[in-house]
Every structure is written in C-alpha cells, then in structure tokens.
Design a protein around this ligand. Structure first.
Ligand code: MG
Length: 253
C-alpha cells in the first residue's frame, strides 16, 4: 500500500532530507586518499546526531554501520571499516537520517583523487540516470516511465543495471511501497500521485549486471569485479512535478 503524505508529513520529510544533504556537505571534503570508510561514517553520524536525528541504517535489520560505504566493485551496503581509500577509487556514501519519525535517504558516489576516465563516466552517467527519471516524475505518469528512463540512459552508455536492488517508497518507514526498479517499461506500474514520497536510486554497473553477496550478509559486489556506482535522492511528487528533499537548494552538491 502506498502511503500518500500530508503537507505536514512532507514538511517533516523535508527536515529529515535536509539532514542527509548536510551530511554530504560535511563529509565530501574528507574524501581523499588515506581516509578510512569508518572515519567517513563517524563524521556522518556526528552530523546526523547534531540535528537531533538518528542514522537510519544503524542496526537496521542488524546493519553494523551508521551509513553504507561502498568502494569500487561494491554496489551497495558496504560496511564502514578500517579500509583506507586510495587514489583512483570510487566510493558511494548511502546516508539515511530519521528525524521526528520520518526518513530521508540519499546516496552520492565520489571520486577519490584522480580516477580513470571510465570510472568518472560511470559516476557521471549514474547521476544523469536519476535526473533522466525525474523528467517523468509528475502526477499521472507511470512508475515504469521513470524506471525505463534510467535503464535506457545507462544502457545507451554501455553500462548495465542490476536487477536485485531497487528504489522504494519512503516515509515513516525506510522502505515503503512502491518498489522502484531501475529497469522497466513505459506506461507500466503504479500511477504517480501528489504526496507520494520516493527514493529513486540508480545503481549502475560497468560490466555485467549480476551481483554476489559477501559472507557478511550485506556487502554486495559486482560479479565480475568491475565498478558500480550509485546515486539517490528522496523526492516528493507535487501537483505539477516533484521536489527533491535531500539536496540543499542553495548549494552545489
Ligand atoms: Mg534507498
């Protein structure tokens, strides 16, 4: 069941989303060779708590970190560790913040120092996939229109789309209906309505689309060891289109 949010709830979602956006502002300058993913997670948690919010992913189904830190061939759910980032790595930070019972969820993939052209293109195209989907984010359109836009943009650049991780509705629950695949067909699926809150999150692979889960039960890697990139924002469908809840409107992200 898809929960339509009231104006009051959307305002609370906005506040939770702002906390997530502030985390990226604070952590981005730290992303240099030598920093550990644990240090990034520690800073993220500090920022989240400074707003009186809770790091949503911490202990979520037992997840051990405050945020997810996924390096290179890890597509999602990397656990913060003493692993030091190296020049040429890419790292995605997936951040959730819960404030007054409502959740914000977003992800960015950052380049560590100078990276290969191929890696940079993957990260760039993944971000573009999100904005391609947004072109269809308005009442009356189908969810499949967004999914399709993501898939087509990724595949047109020679990249692939894993099938086993998706976006989702969001609100009081971190994962609410609907499921939002990063692949699909136009004119299919749920019809968008004002007040729906959605976490749209393209996850794109450089090589094959298959994934494998590590023994820790969380870390998901590309099956061929090639790079993966991830970009996400929480949005709300408005009467005329959408509003992004996890970006600071006055700052570069
Ligand atoms: Mg999400």
């Amino acid at each position: 069941m898809i929960i339509i949010k009231s104006e009051r709830e959307i305002e609370l979602m906005r506040q939770a989303g702002k906390v997530v956006a502030e985390v990226f502002e604070a952590v981005k300058p730290m992303i240099t060779p030598g920093v550990t993913t644990k240090e990034l997670a520690h800073k993220a948690e500090e920022v989240i708590r400074s707003f009186g919010a809770y790091p949503t992913f911490k202990n979520y189904n037992g997840f051990p970190g405050a945020i997810c830190t996924s390096v290179n061939d890890v597509l999602v759910h990397g656990i913060p560790s003493s692993q030091k980032l190296k020049e040429g790595d890419i790292v995605s930070l997936d951040v959730g913040a819960t404030l007054n019972g409502y959740n914000g969820d977003a992800c960015r993939t950052y380049l560590v120092g100078k990276v290969s052209k191929e890696a940079e293109e993957l990260v760039q195209v993944t971000e573009e996939c999100f904005f391609e989907a947004l072109k269809f984010a308005k009442p009356g359109n189908h969810l499949g229109d967004l999914s399709h836009a993501i898939q087509v943009h990724a595949e047109n650049h020679g990249f692939s789309v894993p099938r086993d991780y998706t976006g989702h509705g969001i609100g009081r629950g971190l994962h609410e209906d609907p499921v939002i695949p990063n692949y699909g067909e136009t004119g299919r699926g749920v019809i968008l309505k004002e007040g729906m809150c959605l976490a749209i999150e393209p996850i794109i692979h450089q090589g094959r689309r298959e994934t494998r889960l590590m023994n820790d039960g969380w870390t998901a890697k590309t099956i061929d060891g090639k790079l993966a990139s991830h970009y996400e924002n929480t949005i709300v469908i408005t009467s005329t289109g959408y509003e992004i809840l996890t970006m600071l409107s006055n700052k570069e992200d």
